[in-house]
Structure formats: C-alpha cells, structure tokens
Design a protein. Structure first.
Ligand code: RB5
Length: 149
C-alpha cells in the first residue's frame, strides 16, 4: 500500500506520529509537505495529495491542517476524491465504512498526535460496507459527473 501525506503549518504537528505508524506497517509514504512550521497555503498540499489519489499513483491520502476543514474542502474539488474530516475514532471508522473516504483529514489544532494515529489505524482497518452505502456514494459520483467538466 502507498499513502500520500500533505499538510500545512497547522497540521504538521500530527505528521511525525502518523509517519511512524505507517512506517511500522511497512506502508510506502509519499510526503508532499509541508516540511516546516512556516506559514503556507493548505490548498497547495491538498491538490498534490488529491491528484495522487485521483490518478491512482497512491492508494489513499492523509491531509492535515489546523482544523482539517480547509484542506478537505480543497481536496474535494478534485474528481474522484472523497476527503472526510474526522475528529474521533467513530468518525474515522464511519468515513470508511459508510462513505468510502479515500482521504482522511484531521486538524492539528483539534486532535492530539496520539488520537490522530488511532484514527488512522481505525480508518485503515475498516472496510467499506457497500449495500445501501454504495447507492449513496454512487449518487455523490453522479453529482460529480454533472458538475465536473
Ligand atoms: C491556518 O492558519 C489555518 O487556517 C488552516 O490550517 C486550516 O485550519 C484551514 O482550514
């Protein structure tokens, strides 16, 4: 498995612990930055991760900003992306089981690195449940097809 990481200065605090978890699981990491706490613009990093997921050059993505919100909004502008902001173990699990989120987004000013790694674990270890959720996710794709030219 290959996972892309992207963050801004507000999310970078979560990155070392998440990288350690992925390395321990022998998951290949593509780290698109940022790499310092200097102020940057989160859409730049959202785009890199979202394009990598959308084109299939990686399997999934993890994005981090101060709240997880801005970077997820930006990532969701890329075709095929279902980036979900998760705040706790329940939302991390549900965004995979019900929404088939291919990117998880978290806030460095919202969750601790310890919680963030637990959230990544549950997201990675959960399976999309399909069934009625496939119908709903397919409807999301239909909206995308209507508006993405
Ligand atoms: C940066 O200060 C902050 O606005 C950003 O990290 C994020 O929280 C935006 O949604």
């Amino acid at each position: 498995m290959k996972i892309a990481l992207g963050c801004d200065h507000g999310g970078i605090v979560l990155k070392p612990a998440i990288k350690e978890l992925l390395e321990n699981r022998n998951i290949e990491i593509v780290d698109f930055g940022c790499y310092t706490t200097d102020s940057v613009d989160y859409p730049d990093f959202a785009l890199k991760v979202a394009e990598a997921v959308s084109t299939g050059s990686v399997d999934k993505g993890i994005i981090l900003c101060g709240t997880g919100i801005g970077i997820s909004i930006a990532a969701n502008k890329v075709k095929g992306i279902r980036a979900a902001v998760a705040h706790d173990l329940f939302t991390a699990e549900m965004c995979k089981k019900h929404n088939n989120a291919n990117i998880i987004s978290m806030g460095g000013r919202v969750v601790t690195p310890e919680l963030a790694t637990e959230m990544v674990k549950v997201w990675l270890d959960s399976e999309f449940e399909g069934g009625r959720h496939t119908t709903r996710v397919d409807k999301i794709t239909k909206i995308e097809e209507k508006y993405f030219k």
